[in-house]
Design a binder for this molecule. Structure first.
Ligand code: UDP
Ligand code: MG
Length: 269
């Protein structure tokens, strides 16, 4: 497993998060894992997703919670969530007042998460909850583990999507000085410290690996499965996938270039 970009960008020489899965440096009732899921008009997928996620989490035999943020759905997503959460306190759901976008829904979920480890993934089963053990294994060596669909792309996507994703990743890497294979993949696992100081903005979900590295944490990518959507439909087209994030990319490039890099070498008192 390769660390993305060698040393972290930050002036915090090594902020490596210190806790382990079995550690006890969190509130005692905190679950080991928080699964964080943004969900917008997913009435056709969310029930199957929850079933698959619960099965994968149960097999880990660790305390967990699933946090689903309904991003202002106008279908019956919220009603399905209410039904699934009845008598299942490990399923926590929250509903945003209006559709705010995937980044906002993700961020709202991350803020609500109580786990030592936070895992983010989509609600449509394109990401496979059975990949969870691979993420946890990689977290033994890195603070943040990002899924890459590159090796499995052909199983889940058509050629327009594959080509637009390749272009987007190439441009993003070129302009932000990164070497991330699949920045658009939001199936990720990280120690909770990684996001404690992050600033949020629309579209940030595409830049999370860079932002986490800027905070001084170690980041890697692992290959994951990728399935076609079995129901519902994507919320993105070429326009809002490829072009909308260009503006954000320039901001991230600016931030990365202008950030402080210093080291305190001696201290008195
Ligand atoms: N999503 C969201 N708010 C939005 C758009 C998407 O919460 O405004 C969620 C969506 O329900 C899914 C995830 O973000 O769980 C990824 O969306 P989608 O499957 O449409 O993206 P794709 O896989 O096509 O990139
Ligand atoms: Mg999807």
């Amino acid at each position: 497993m390769r660390q993305i970009g060698g040393l972290p960008h930050s002036c915090f020489a090594n902020r490596r998060a210190s806790f382990t899965l079995g550690g006890n440096n969190m509130a005692t009732d905190a679950p080991a894992i928080s699964l964080v899921v943004p969900c917008y008009n997913e009435e056709a997928t969310v029930r199957a997703f929850l079933k698959a996620a619960q099965a994968a989490l149960d097999s880990l035999q660790l305390p967990y919670e699933i946090i689903v943020t309904d991003d202002g759905s106008f279908d019956s997503t919220w009603a399905v969530l209410k039904e699934c959460a009845a008598g299942e306190p490990r399923l926590r759901a929250q509903r945003l007042g209006k559709n705010c976008g995937q980044s906002a829904a993700l961020w709202a979920g991350i803020k609500a998460a109580r786990g030592r480890y936070i895992v983010t993934l989509d609600a449509d089963l394109q990401n496979d909850p059975r990949d969870l053990p691979a993420f946890l294994k990689a977290l033994e060596h890195f603070d943040c583990v990002c899924g890459s669909r590159v090796a499995a792309r052909q199983q889940g996507d058509g050629w327009v999507r594959i080509v637009s994703s390749r272009i987007a990743n190439w441009v993003r890497n070129k302009l932000s000085g990164e070497e991330i294979q699949d920045a658009g993949c939001t199936y990720r696992a990280f120690k909770r410290e990684c996001v404690a100081d992050l600033k949020f903005f629309k579209g940030m979900h595409r830049f999370l690996p860079t932002l986490v590295k800027m905070e001084g944490f170690t980041v890697t990518e692992i290959n994951i499965s990728h399935h076609p959507r079995f129901a519902g439909q994507t919320h993105y087209g070429v326009w809002n996938r490829l072009f909308a994030s260009f503006y954000d990319l320039l901001a991230v490039r600016w931030m990365k270039r202008r950030m402080f890099r210093f080291q305190i070498v001696e201290k008195i008192n």
